[in-house]
Write a protein that binds this ligand. Structure first.
Ligand SMILES: C[S@@+](CC[C@H](N)C(=O)[O-])C[C@H]1O[C@@H](n2cnc3c(N)ncnc32)[C@H](O)[C@@H]1O
Length: 313
């Protein structure tokens, strides 16, 4: 188990002695074919890592959060994967806590941290689950809770969304990305993902059938539009494997996510939809501030008006 302690954020003093109820669970589920080995995919992604990818991730964070930097902000990266977005947040001067359910993803994040950032005390990396309420409770609350493409892979999407809302400080921001519900197509992809994780023969069959569409088709379409570099510093090959194998898999229509969070005191500030294409809708919500708390909204830059910004990729 990979655990770093001693960040001194006040809210996570006790993590060094944290007992995780789910340690080893991810590995077992991967072995049984019930879970995609996300961490292994991130390890291969890191072999293609370069500074341009971090810049892509920084730009995506800045764009969605409407902030040039994150000085003075605490950020929780739920399901940090490779760690690239935690690194980007750290380089934007946030104080970061990252965690992932997959021990290999945690190892990837730790290796990025070790190689690229010198002031480690402002970035803590943990192994844990978005479904483990006790673990989340011990982390405390954050100005920004970031969870991109994660909560639909937990096996209990709505419970995990509910759980992470509790980590957002009053007046803070929740930035999540959730797979779009495409009706029958989403059922099709769920079946593909289930097969992908069964055994090597099915995995290679799924790759052979879908790869031309997922990599070549995407590459051609993006090069025609002059946008060959993927958003957020991602890679064609890793994205394709993640898309084909990413299981458990759940989906939601944007209005369902928005309503679920509205009932929990969150106001939609920004929505970027993937339109009719397969992929994630990105949401930025702010948690209603309790006037008596005296804590300012984490992002003065976000418009105060209730009408959210809606765009599609
Ligand atoms: C598609 S990847 C996204 C990684 C990263 N957020 C990014 O945007 O590049 C999904 C990640 O969620 C993690 N994950 C799945 N279930 C989780 C859980 N219950 N708690 C925390 N992380 C989880 C996976 O291990 C994986 O690294």
């Amino acid at each position: 188990m990979y655990i770093r302690s001693g960040i001194g954020m006040g809210t996570v003093e006790e993590t060094g002695s944290l007992q995780l109820t789910n340690a080893g669970q991810a590995v077992g589920e991967i072995r049984e074919g019930k879970r995609f080995p996300f961490g292994a995919n991130w390890a291969s992604f890191l072999t293609e890592f370069d500074q341009g990818r971090v810049e892509g991730s920084k730009a995506a964070l800045q764009g969605m959060l409407g902030a040039a930097d994150l000085v003075g902000k605490t950020l929780l990266d739920v399901g940090c994967g490779s760690g690239i977005h935690s690194l980007a947040a750290r380089l934007l001067n946030a104080q970061v806590v990252s965690f992932d359910f997959d021990p290999l993803a945690v190892a990837c994040t730790l290796s990025l941290q070790k190689e690229l950032v010198s002031d480690e005390p402002r970035w803590q990396v943990l192994e844990g689950s978005a479904l483990d309420r006790e673990f989340l409770k011990r982390l405390g609350s954050f100005d920004i809770v970031y969870s991109w493409g994660v909560l639909h892979h937990t096996g209990a999407m709505w419970a995990s969304i509910d759980n992470v809302t509790r980590c957002v400080a009053r007046g803070g921001v929740l930035f999540i990305a959730i797979y779009n519900d495409q009706g029958w197509l989403s059922h099709y992809w769920r079946a593909v993902k289930r097969l992908y994780n069964q055994n090597a023969l099915l995995r290679w069959s799924m790759i052979a059938v879908h790869l031309p569409y997922l990599v070549l088709g995407r590459w051609i379409s993006r090069s025609i539009r002059g946008r060959l570099r993927l958003d957020r510093g991602m890679s064609y090959w890793s994205d394709a494997k993640d898309w084909l194998g990413g299981f458990p898999f759940e989906v939601a229509r944007p209005e369902k996510v928005t309503e679920f969070l509205r009932q929990r005191g969150f106001i939609l500030k920004k929505l970027k939809t993937c339109g009719r294409r397969p992929g994630c809708n990105e949401f930025v919500f702010s948690k209603q501030a309790d006037d008596s708390s005296g804590k300012a909204n984490a992002f003065g830059e976000l418009p105060a008006a209730t009408a959210p910004t809606v765009s599609s990729r």
